[in-house]
Design a protein around this ligand. Structure first.
Ligand code: CA
Length: 229
């Protein structure tokens, strides 16, 4: 049974959302305070989060940003203001969907199901392949989204992990920055190909012994990058 976290401070809306989701056999947890909600979202296992923006404790923008640094669970934003949705899109905070109040609860349920199915396909397709990539001293666990360098675990942001994993899964293939940007960053992200350079630099600082002479991610001048094996 899929477990859903609703962070919403208007009790009537939270209960409406919960009731509709429970009718569709979802297990639902409610949280009305933003910082408590984020804490639970990070510490417990949920399959999807429904997030209000204006919340006591911590607003939905901040929750979305902080959560995305750690987890890829789908997020549906439900906001009272259309402008907030434009804002969250513009900030590229990584929400998967947006609805404005008042909304149709059955449409919300339909979207929840669609996002869960999409996410399961994503996870499923990953687990069909090798779950652990090991190249010299570098070990990447794709399922747990963890990385070790010579036995020492390193912390990666979501995009750093996605970029490293993508390159390591396609070794010796040269990718341009444009290709990497379009593969790793979704269309809603702001930023440009310079973002790729910044992320490569951060990844190298974590995995390379000498960032001036990278042994994993090689710069092909004037073209892009490739993962050496
Ligand atoms: Ca609110």
């Amino acid at each position: 049974m899929s477990r859903i976290l609703i962070i919403e401070d208007e009790t009537s809306i939270a209960e409406l959302e919960r009731d509709y989701l429970e009718l569709s056999d979802f297990e639902v947890e409610l949280e009305e305070d933003g910082s408590r909600g984020l804490k639970r979202a990070l510490e417990e296992e949920f399959d999807l989060m429904i997030l209000d923006l204006m919340l006591p404790g911590m607003d939905g923008f901040e929750i979305c940003r902080k959560f995305r640094e750690m987890k890829n669970t789908p997020i549906i934003i439900i906001s009272a203001k259309k402008e907030d949705i434009d804002k969250i899109r513009g900030l590229g905070l990584g929400a998967d969907d947006y609805m404005t109040k008042p909304f149709s609860p059955s449409e919300m349920v339909a979207r929840v199901k669609a996002h869960l199915a999409r996410y399961e396909r994503l996870i499923g397709s990953g687990s069909m392949e090798n779950e652990v990539i090991e190249i010299r001293g570098l070990k990447i666990d794709k399922t747990a989204r963890r990385v070790w360098v010579n036995g020492e675990e390193k912390n990666f942001t979501t995009k750093e992990f996605d970029l490293l994993t993508f390159l390591a899964q396609n070794p010796n293939h040269v990718y341009t920055k444009e290709e990497l940007f379009s593969k790793i960053w979704d269309m809603e992200s702001i930023g440009d190909i310079a973002t790729v350079t910044v992320h490569i630099k951060k990844i190298r600082e974590k995995i390379e012994f000498n960032t001036a002479k990278p042994q994993y991610i090689e710069t092909i001048w004037g073209v892009g990058y490739r993962f050496k094996v």
